[in-house]
Design a protein around this ligand. Sequence first.
Ligand code: FES
Length: 103
Amino acid sequence: MKVTFLIGDEKESVELNEGERLLKAAYKLGLDAAGFGDCGGNCICSTCHVYVEEGEELFDEPNAEEEMRLDIVADPQMNSRLACQLIADKDGEVVVRVPEKIA
Ligand code: FES
């Protein structure tokens, strides 16, 4: 799966292998240095919040735990997801926007 991150005015893409999570792609881009994905993917910090701009259909629906965490993010939108809960298990391309607070 190809994942393109929109970070401020920049655009960066990363390839993920099947079964890898989008959080790993964010780490590859060094977003963790800005505080992204602080809990390491344990679904407790909500800092891996992204807006899925394209390819939302390639992911399963959020589970109850993710929904609960999405309730506390700043500026939630209909396409809000947590990168640590998005698994690349289908072929295709997705585009995610990183919220300005992190970007
Ligand atoms: S990395 Fe902490 S909730 Fe996703």
